[in-house]
Design a protein around this ligand. Structure first.
Ligand code: NAD
Length: 486
């Protein structure tokens, strides 16, 4: 499958970049094979898109929330009809297996629009009881042009989120997908553009430095919503600080999973596996990549987990029987390999599964890696501290509950956490002490629209994904006070 040359969306038109250059998009499951290309936009193209969004804002902000919501629901329905096609594009450009990842992401993409369409009429204010002689009320008003920047690991889902939240709230949007995975986002935008007024949604494709920076710094962009690494998150925050515009940062993680002694069970092994996002090659911000196992179950739990990993089918993302596909690109592949080498070099570490990727055979044709587990890891090691963003799980033993919580919190990240025990009191006590934006107890699933989502510490700030998140992050509150005795 080759999607060919794609254009980008500015003011309802499908256009090239001003200098006519394109960026190739590689298929990660077949090194060097190009599946399409997208415009290489620079500051002048970004400027065009932002100006179109600023112009469209003047009309869009006047459309009632309920009417905007109707359009979101329409887009959700149109996207659902195209879910299989979108899933195939996601699989092709990200390397994420179609059955386990890409199709669920395409379905979620449609669902996100339906959710925000459904809650659109809740964009409302309050009345404030200042006494009989005053009427005081608040309004939730849109902010203006939003600059949305998304990564490659869940491209359509994250793009849908920015589009649905920003536009339902009455803003207009200039969205920049990652140059590693822009194709599904462009397809989603195409479907949306058939329903939205021109200029409401604009998509500019390009690299972070050529297209992302001018978007973050554009004087007409009134709000930044960024999902990506914490390193780039800092740059975005600096750009926001320069003009004092609000910013939401959804950044990385190194999330802990704590397994208590009563949870040495197959269903917990399945849950830990899911929470580690092994079938997404560990390329998830919420991956539970630090496994804190109680000493009494340490060996038996790991034995069951490793057995499960050996049964995974790794390979062609478009094959329905594949469980786990390829990593996104050579840079990421080499980065993950260097972490594995680092782990192997550590004295006392034991490599229980996976390791460095095969140099020959079918899996060497793409950026494939086996699920990798290191045991006897020290919480201070690099592989336990840094976000690897690959299929590498580190297992760390603990004895006292206090020690497990302390180690879980010893991280500059705080995005997600997972707790496994039948003792609900213990689970909740632990959940309350964990420094993370989202704690799951006895499950390791992905986020569902309606749950406010975001990080503690360097995993970012601001909340998205819910009605409250949309109100907090994509509207501004205005108070109006009337003197009734005038
Ligand atoms: P990244 O930070 O390298 O890139 C993210 C986006 O920013 C891309 O579109 C990129 O082109 C753009 N960009 C890069 N440099 C830029 C710059 N200087 N100015 C403006 N834009 C720039 O991240 P990535 O490698 O694409 O994605 C992986 C990261 O994203 C991981 O750290 C992961 O944890 C994080 N992530 C977080 C969430 C969340 O919701 N918290 C969700 C998914 C991924």
């Amino acid at each position: 499958m080759d999607v060919g040359r794609q254009l980008m969306l500015i003011n309802g038109q499908w256009v090239e970049s001003s200098d006519g250059e394109f960026i190739p998009v590689e298929n990660p499951s077949r090194k060097g094979s190009i599946i399409g290309e997208v415009p290489r936009s620079r500051a002048v193209d970004v400027d065009r898109a932002v100006r179109a969004a600023a112009k469209a804002f003047e009309d869009w902000k006047r459309v009632s929330p309920r009417e905007r919501g109707k359009l979101m629901i329409k887009m959700g329905e149109a996207l659902e009809v195209k879910a299989n096609e979108i899933a195939r594009i996601i699989a092709l450009e990200t390397g994420n297996a179609i059955r386990t990842q890409s199709r669920p992401e395409a379905m979620l993409t449609a669902d996100i629009f339906r959710y925000f369409g459904g809650v659109a009429s809740e964009i409302k204010g309050e009345t404030i009881p200042l006494g009989e002689n005053h009427l005081s009320y608040s309004r939730r008003e849109p902010i203006g042009v939003v600059g949305g920047i998304v990564p490659w690991n869940s491209p359509a889902g994250l793009a849908a989120l920015k589009i649905a939240m920003a536009i339902t709230a009455g803003n207009t949007l200039v969205l920049k997908p990652s140059s590693e995975a822009p194709l599904a986002v462009l397809r989603v935008a195409e479907i949306c553009s058939e329903i939205l007024p021109p200029g409401t949604l604009n998509v500019v494709t390009g690299t972070g430095s050529e297209c992302g920076i001018p978007l973050a710094r554009h004087p007409l962009v009134r709000k930044l919503s960024f999902t990506g690494s914490h390193e780039i998150g800092k740059t975005i925050m600096e750009a926001a600080a320069e003009r004092i515009v609000p910013v939401t940062l959804e950044l990385g993680g190194k999330s802990p999973q704590i397994v208590f002694p009563d949870a040495d069970e197959l269903q917990v092994v399945d849950g830990v596996f899911l929470a580690m996002r092994f079938t997404r090659q560990g390329q998830s911000c919420t991956a539970g990549s630090r496994l804190f196992l109680h000493e009494s179950i340490y060996d038996s739990f790991l034995e069951k987990l490793v057995k499960k990993l050996k049964n995974l089918k790794i390979g062609d993302p478009l094959d329905e029987s594949t469980d786990m596909g390829a990593l996104i690109n050579r840079t990421q592949f080499e980065k993950v390999c260097s972490y594995v080498e680092d782990g192997i070099r550590q004295k006392g570490a034991r490599l229980l599964a996976g390791g460095l990727p095969p140099k020959e055979g079918p899996l060497s044709q793409g950026y494939f890696m086996e699920p990798t587990v290191f045991s006897n890891v020290d919480n201070d090691w690099r592989i336990a501290r840094e976000e690897i963003f690959g299929p590498v799980l580190v297992a760390i033993p603990w004895n006292e509950e206090e020690e497990a919580i302390r180690m879980a919190n010893e991280s500059h990240y705080g995005l997600a956490a997972f707790i496994w025990t039948h003792d609900i009191g213990k689970a909740l006590r632990t959940a309350h002490r964990i420094e993370s934006g989202w704690v799951q107890i006895n499950q390791g699933v992905g986020i569902v629209p309606g749950q406010s989502y975001g990080g503690f510490k360097q995993s970012g700030f601001g909340r998205e994904y819910s009605l409250e998140g949309m109100l907090e992050s994509f509207t501004q509150r205005k108070s109006i006070t009337v003197n009734l005795q005038f």
